[in-house]
Design a protein around this ligand. Structure first.
Ligand SMILES: [Ca+2]
Length: 144
């Protein structure tokens, strides 16, 4: 290859590189591009966990908040069970928020023993009568 041919080749590669940097790759002919990748899933192939509920030490979602994550609540799906709430929240929960079609069913003692009540709303600004500072275990169940 002659010197001028090498220079011509170098110039062609250089201008192609500049064009790529300035305007991006040429449009892909129909049907040759790979399909867009799906969003990443965890290693079991499930969607990432989402925030299902927050439990609070004070009324109106005040005080410390304990978040619970899992799969969105749905009929026939897995039920998220907390057999024992964290020590700082045991007999100390005073308000609850739930998300993703979940309602909280709370129990008086650990392992879902003792009395239970299902909170009727996704926003429980204060626990029903007799239930303030009482919850020791719970489950998150689908609405309806
Ligand atoms: Ca209790």
């Amino acid at each position: 290859m002659s010197r001028s041919a090498r220079l011509t080749r170098l110039f062609t590669v250089f201008t192609a590189g500049v064009a790529l940097a300035l305007v991006g790759p040429a449009p892909d002919p129909a049907g040759t591009a790979a399909p867009a990748a799906p969003p990443p899933a965890d290693r079991l192939g499930r969607a990432p966990a989402v925030l299902l509920a927050t439990f609070h030490l004070e009324e109106n979602f005040g005080g410390g908040a304990w978040p619970v994550y899992g799969d969105p609540c749905r009929q026939g799906g897995d039920i998220r069970v907390i057999w024992r709430v964290p020590a700082a929240f045991n007999d100390a929960i005073s308000s609850v928020r739930t998300f993703h079609n979940c309602r909280a069913r709370v129990a008086e003692h650990g392992d879902l023993r003792g009395a239970q009540i299902t909170l009727p709303s996704a926003r429980t600004v204060r626990m029903p009568a007799g239930w303030n500072n009482r919850t020791s275990s719970l489950m998150l169940i689908p609405v309806g």
